[in-house]
Design a protein around this ligand. Structure first.
Ligand code: NDP
Ligand code: 2IT
Length: 452
């Protein structure tokens, strides 16, 4: 990106301070850098934000709660894992954001996720602040009972820090319907109250229709708007998708519904390439494999007779569209170069920060439509916001009602990105658009509160 020298200097000075205050937190540095690169040029023109130190305040979480989670496995061995809740910013609503269980979870990872969540939640237009939490607990290979005991133990501490007007966690990697149910059941016993203190709940106890599908559907809706804005459509396109979890599966479902051909899916062991396309029937089988049988993606290749590439990511497969839906930094600069060479038209980030900074720059430099996570995957938290509304009203909306609201929210997010990211003779810079549009709402609230 071309930036004038004074602004470059301001960005470097800001990052030097942030790195000094947050030593070794590389994922957090990466997420903040990506934002300040577009926000500092903006605050240089809108000096009220700079004068009020808004960026410095916005990059410091309100608080971080760290605690031990002790639990007993099926063999009677005792484990002590570490958990966090990073309550980042509640300027525009109660804290909101997921919980992740994964051995790679660190404070840095949760701070990057919490920081991005603040801007993402702002973009949805709903009254939600930003937070993230989770644990370095590794659920892989654990029994249901072990996972239940872990969740129960975690909630024994977490329950005092959350509440429907305080902080409302949800799912993320390895936290789905099963974990949310264990967590909710324990909260209810501890507090003796039935309230919407988590989202992603089961439909029988306050969950919302379409929440499960929302992130994946939303990413495809966002892609649809990016393509339509540049005069084309999803129908007839080929798509490479990574992951085979909650986001990836329903991204594939919506792509199939809209007439695209999905060529790939993956998990942490490798990817499958199905040149005939993952059809509705094959996807049903895959959903059952992943949601009910907790199987590996390799089984798809065995079942349907296609290639499995062990230890690899799908970005070498030629496709029109890409949806990275697994984890952070899964699309590297080398991948971006191959994708551009293969004629990729658009990328929508289903996961959070799946593209490295270098890969993202490369896409933008080569006029690839790039839907950043804050915008493209905001459908999940948006329907979480709708679940909160339904809980407060003590009603349940129909599938059509929720999907209609999700569609409108994704269209609005696209418009906000265009408003702040439109460029002359170049495709919309959705990265800048999403950052600025998300920033302005939170920053205005912080300005209104005075020096707090
Ligand atoms: P799931 O746990 O349902 O699925 C995660 C998928 O990604 C699995 O296929 C998993 O493979 C793979 N994966 C996870 N970690 C790695 C890794 N380090 N390397 C390679 N593959 C990996 O999670 P979700 O689908 O919910 O989340 C996926 C992404 O989407 C995350 O970045 C999350 O933050 C983001 N997101 C999720 C939302 C939601 O509503 N759930 C909302 C917005 C964003 P394996 O099973 O082998 O580990
Ligand atoms: O990253 C995310 O937006 C999520 N994991 C969903 C958060 C939520 O509160 O639904």
């Amino acid at each position: 990106m071309e930036t004038n020298p004074a602004i470059k200097k301001e960005i470097s000075a800001f990052m030097a301070g942030l790195k000094k205050r947050n030593k070794g937190e590389t994922e957090f540095h990466q997420a903040v850098h990506e934002v300040v690169e577009t926000i500092i040029p903006f605050t240089a023109e809108h000096t009220k934000y700079r004068d009020a130190y808004i960026l410095e305040r916005m990059t410091e979480p309100d608080r971080i709660i760290t605690f031990r989670v002790t639990w007993e496995d099926d063999a009677g061995a005792i484990h002590a894992d570490r958990a966090w809740r990073v309550q980042f910013n509640n300027s525009i609503g109660p804290y909101k954001g997921g919980l992740r269980f994964h051995p790679t979870v660190t404070q840095s990872v949760l701070k990057f996720l919490g920081f991005e969540q603040v801007l993402k939640n702002s973009l949805t237009g709903l009254p939600m602040g930003g937070a993230k939490g989770g644990s370095n607990f590794n659920p892989k290979g654990r029994s249901d009972r072990e996972i239940m005991r872990f969740c129960q133990s975690m909630m024994i501490e977490l329950h005092r820090h959350i509440g429907e007007d305080v902080d409302v966690p949800a799912g993320d990697i390895n936290v789905g319907a099963r974990e949310i149910s264990y967590l909710f059941g324990t909260y209810k016993r501890l507090e003796n109250r039935f309230a919407g203190i988590l989202t992603g709940k089961g439909l029988a106890f306050g969950g919302s229709l379409v929440r499960k599908e929302a992130t994946g559907y939303g990413a495809v809706y966002f892609m649809k708007h990016m393509l339509e804005h540049s005069g084309t459509e999803v129908k007839g396109k080929t798509a490479a998708v990574s992951g085979s979890g909650n986001v990836a599966l329903y991204c594939m479902e919506k792509l199939i519904q809209l007439g695209a051909k999905v060529l790939t899916a993956s998990d942490s062991s490798g990817f499958i390439h199905d040149p005939d396309g993952i059809t509705r029937e094959k996807l049903d089988w895959l959903i059952d494999l992943k949601e009910n049988r907790r199987g590996r993606i390799q089984e798809y290749a065995e079942k349907f007779g296609c290639d499995f590439h062990q230890g690899k990511t799908p970005w070498g497969v030629k496709a029109d569209l890409a949806f990275p839906c697994a984890t952070q930094n899964e699309v590297l600069i080398e991948d971006a170069q191959v994708m551009v060479k293969n004629g990729i038209k658009a990328v929508a980030e289903g996961a959070n920060m799946p593209c490295t900074a270098e890969a993202t720059d490369y896409f933008l430099e080569h006029d690839v439509l790039f839907g950043p996570a804050k915008a493209a995957n905001a459908g999940g938290v948006a329907v979480s916001g709708l679940e909160q509304s339904q809980n407060q009203l003590r009603i349940s909306w129909s599938r059509e009602e929720v999907d209609k609201r999700l569609t409108t929210i994704m269209e609005d997010i696209h418009s906000k990105c265009v408003r702040y990211g439109a460029r002359k003779d170049k495709p919309v810079d959705y990265r800048a658009g999403a950052n600025i549009a998300g920033f302005v709402k939170v920053a205005d609230a912080m300005l209104a509160y005075g020096v707090v």
